[in-house]
Design a protein. Structure first.
Length: 291
């Protein structure tokens, strides 16, 4: 058979024609072909390898809180809908607004409310408590992500030290809290999405469905993990997507139950639990006033 040598080796001499029977010429042709493969292209002349396709390392969020407005009921609340599968055993990560505790140990601060914090809160002159009677707390808490975080809260000055002590006990017990931040005014008028889980205290608003001020408007009540501990009255569930958490026999992180350590810790500072009420049953609610 004939062996075709690379074109760069044909310059200056003729192409040999070799018969299969000529062993010596076959060996020479094979050796020449091998040398041609090496000589025809140096490493610099070879095309670079194609780059590997880029891959994204960013995780897709399991659920974006506040992104799915609900149809409204006649009473102005959102329509109660089945709990999405991803929220039935809720374990969303916490987004840090403040630096987490550096050493992992519980830390808290109590201070007058800074002007910038007051400005982004729901406080206004018509509220039933003066701004000077509120305190700004920062407190460590454990997230559902198993990490330590720092939260913020506005409470009445008269209960500030007691509240930081209770949350220190929750931290020691590694009771998980998803979010702890000051409620913003826009949240009071935003379309309901039924998926919030912010632990908060002061919110300048009336009692649900009434005209008189809530204990929250005085900084004397705390809602703890609202989604995990929903409010119920007749056919209303708040948050509106939290119906899966009405099954209290299915014990999940962040839930509060009658007689548990969380209820006892609040009871030790004289606060009562709304989960013991009947119509409404307010499982998220702890109050210094009884209401």
């Amino acid at each position: 058979m004939d062996i075709d040598l690379p074109w760069c080796h044909l310059i200056g001499w003729s192409r040999p024609s070799v018969k299969l029977a000529d062993v010596r010429m076959s060996r020479l042709a094979a050796l020449t072909a091998l040398l041609g493969l090496v000589a025809c292209g140096t490493p610099e002349q070879q095309p670079p390898p194609a780059p590997a396709p880029a891959t994204s390392t960013s995780a897709v969020p399991q659920w974006v809180v506040g992104a799915h407005p609900l149809p409204l009921r006649p009473d102005g609340y959102g329509r109660v809908e089945p709990t999405p599968a991803v929220l039935r055993d809720r374990s969303l990560p916490t987004r840090d607004l403040l630096p987490p505790p550096a050493d992992g140990r519980y830390a808290s601060t109590v201070a007058p409310v800074p002007a910038d914090v007051l400005a982004r809160s729901t406080w206004q002159p018509a509220c039933p408590v003066k701004a000077s009677d509120l305190r700004y707390l920062t407190m460590s808490f454990w997230g559902f992500d198993g990490r330590a975080h720092t939260g913020e809260m506005l409470v009445n000055a008269s209960v500030a030290e007691d509240v930081t002590r209770v949350f220190g006990q929750l931290y020691a017990a590694k009771f998980p809290i998803e979010e702890m931040r000051v409620t913003a005014p826009a949240e009071l008028d935003a379309p309901p999405t039924g998926d919030g889980n912010n632990t908060s205290a002061f919110v300048c608003r009336p009692v649900r469905g009434q005209q008189n001020w809530s204990a929250h408007a005085y900084g004397l009540a705390i809602d703890l993990n609202p989604f995990c501990n929903p409010y119920t009255k007749d056919d209303l569930v708040l948050p509106e997507l939290a119906s899966a958490y009405l099954d209290r026999s299915w014990r999940r992180p962040g839930m509060v139950e009658a007689g548990d350590a969380t209820v006892r810790d609040f009871a030790a500072i004289g606060w009562s639990w709304g989960g013991a009420w009947h119509s409404p049953t307010d499982r998220m609610h702890f109050t210094a006033t009884g209401g």
